[in-house]
Design a protein around this ligand. Structure first.
Ligand code: NAD
Length: 500
């Protein structure tokens, strides 16, 4: 099992790895119609890993045709839920069986620590697909209380061809949050991974086929956002876009939909999560540790990263010192070393973006009190130290814009109302947290914070049964839980007249 491998084991496993690099359309691996490819760079060392098919409009047309044909044929869409369940459980088992390989693909492709990809990303993806497989033969349809003259059967039907466009920070897990409920409910799916992290998505396509998912039901199109992503968004025969990524691109999908077939769109976008620590916090060590992991985990490349530490003035220095202590142990290292807690930033563009925000923070008058620099440049990779800013005003750029890097902004308050006001002063509303031993204060804050999830006395906890998604410009629609199935189903009422 992956858990016992050393850095040398992981390195030799990586050397033995071969990459699937083509699109998967209609049950087969195929090159892009144009023959074009793009380089995948390993962010740990800046070296080329693989050349991957650069899909474009023509490939999107092919994939949509295959997906539509499979949907109309009904081998999946009209199959008994209990049969879909068996196939999806096998799919989850196969992903689990290939944990080592898939964890390596994630780590090599986007730089996250192997410890996380093998213990969080791949197991989390398996759990998600299993959960929807297990759920699908347990959800019932409805009969409306219309009265004695009629029976109205309210059925959920698959929406049709679903295109899932996903980001690079948790490539397999974000894909699973979409394909789990979309496949379970009987749709045909086209998955477009981010151009920074296509390898695991391409590989699981053949595992899906091996599990028995019929050809055309699950397709994978690697390629760029402006080309493959846009073509999916504008396609007249795609019924649903399920998107996770930046708010900027989320807005494009709304436009694409309006300018094409009015396809339904659900958006899981960015965040600027306020992590509010009050002076009566029940356990400051736990709060500071959670605050540190909440911003430094996955190099800070987390949509709900606790990037705004909103801390009561009287305990600020103590909390910041404790966060620094965790940060010291979390210095970036080789992602293939199982001891590494923080890996490489996904690519050079993102590295420059993060460093650019650190400069902006300094220019706007905030003070770097920990970290703040690129490190390990000699490896050729893209690493940034865990970074803490103090003296941040919530109006500053670093407190308003999503940095998507290991950069924490510390903001102080003196009364709980002010903390909630600062917390809500953001275009985003993905998540929030509040630490206090006073249940009344906690519940009041939780009700007033405009966010899809509010953690009380913890940070970033979750379960597949609990919905995840945002308010405001963090998007709409929910991943995880049975509520996710709403995105992939149409409600149909069949009205049967039984009166005279
Ligand atoms: P991104 O928006 O740049 O890209 C996301 C996806 O959209 C990729 O597949 C990309 O190829 C595609 N895309 C890019 N430009 C496009 C265009 N013009 N037309 C169509 N498709 C296009 O985001 P990213 O940099 O990959 O990921 C980081 C973002 O994702 C952050 O904002 C983060 O907060 C967000 N995110 C949100 C959640 C959530 O659940 N809310 C989870 C993870 C990441």
């Amino acid at each position: 099992m992956s858990a016992v491998l050393s850095i040398d084991n992981w390195k030799s496993e990586a050397d033995r790895l071969s990459f699937r690099t083509e699109a998967f359309i209609g049950g087969k691996y195929v090159a892009a119609a144009s023959g074009k490819t793009f380089d995948r760079i390993n962010p740990a060392n800046g070296k080329v890993l693989a050349q991957v098919a650069a899909c474009d409009k023509e490939d999107v047309d092919r994939a949509v045709k295959a997906a539509r044909a499979a949907f109309d044929k009904g081998a999946w869409s009209r199959r008994a839920p209990s049969d879909r369940k068996k196939v999806m459980l096998k799919f989850a088992d196969l992903i689990e069986k290939h944990t080592t390989e898939l964890a390596l693909l994630e780590t090599l492709d986007m730089g996250k620590p192997i410890r996380d990809s093998s213990k969080i990303d791949v197991p989390g993806s398996v759990n998600c697909i299993r959960w929807y497989a297990e759920a699908i033969d347990k959800v019932y349809d409805e009969i409306a209380p219309t009265g004695p003259e009629a029976v109205s059967l309210i059925r959920r039907e698959p929406v049709g061809v679903v295109a899932a466009v996903v980001p690079w920070n948790f490539p397999l897990m974000m894909a699973s949050w979409k394909i789990g409920p979309a496949l379970a409910t009987g749709n045909s799916v086209i998955l477009k991974p981010a151009e920074q992290s296509p390898l695991s998505a391409i590989r699981i396509a053949e595992l899906a086929a091996e599990a028995g998912i019929p050809e055309g039901v699950f397709n994978v199109l690697p390629g760029f956002g402006e080309t493959a992503g846009q073509a999916l968004g504008r396609h007249n025969d795609v019924d649903c876009i399920t998107f996770t990524g930046s708010a900027e691109v989320g807005k494009y999908f709304l436009k694409y939909s309006g300018e094409s077939n009015m396809k339904r769109v659900s958006l899981e976008c960015g965040g600027k999560t306020p992590n509010i620590i009050m002076a009566d916090c029940p356990d400051l060590d736990a709060a500071a540790t959670a605050a540190a992991w909440g911003i430094f985990f996955n190099q800070g490349e987390v949509c709900n990263a606790g990037s705004r530490l909103i801390v009561e003035e009287s305990i600020k220095d103590e909390v910041v010192e404790k966060i620094k202590a965790v940060g010291r142990k979390l210095q970036p290292g080789d992602p293939l070393d199982p001891k590494t807690g923080m890996g490489a930033i996904v690519d050079k563009t993102q590295l420059d973006r993060v460093l650019g925000y650190i400069d902006t923070g300094k220019k706007e008058g905030a003070k770097v009190v920990f970290g703040g620099a690129r490190v390990r440049a000699e490896t050729g990779g893209y690493y940034v130290e865990p970074t803490i800013f103090d003296d941040v005003d919530n109006k500053m750029t670093i407190a308003q814009e999503e940095i998507f890097g290991p950069v924490l902004s510390t903001i102080t308050f003196t009364d709980p109302e002010e903390a909630v006001r600062i917390g809500n002063d953001s275009i985003y509303g993905l998540a929030a947290a509040v630490w206090t031993r006073d249940i009344t204060k906690a519940l009041k804050a939780a009700r007033r914070l405009r966010a899809g999830v509010v953690w009380v006395n913890c940070f970033d906890n979750g379960h597949i049964s609990s919905p995840f998604g945002g308010f405001k410009q963090s998007g709409f629609g929910r991943d995880k839980s049975l509520h996710a199935m709403d995105k992939y189903t149409e409600l149909k009422a069949t009205w049967i007249h039984i009166g005279n």
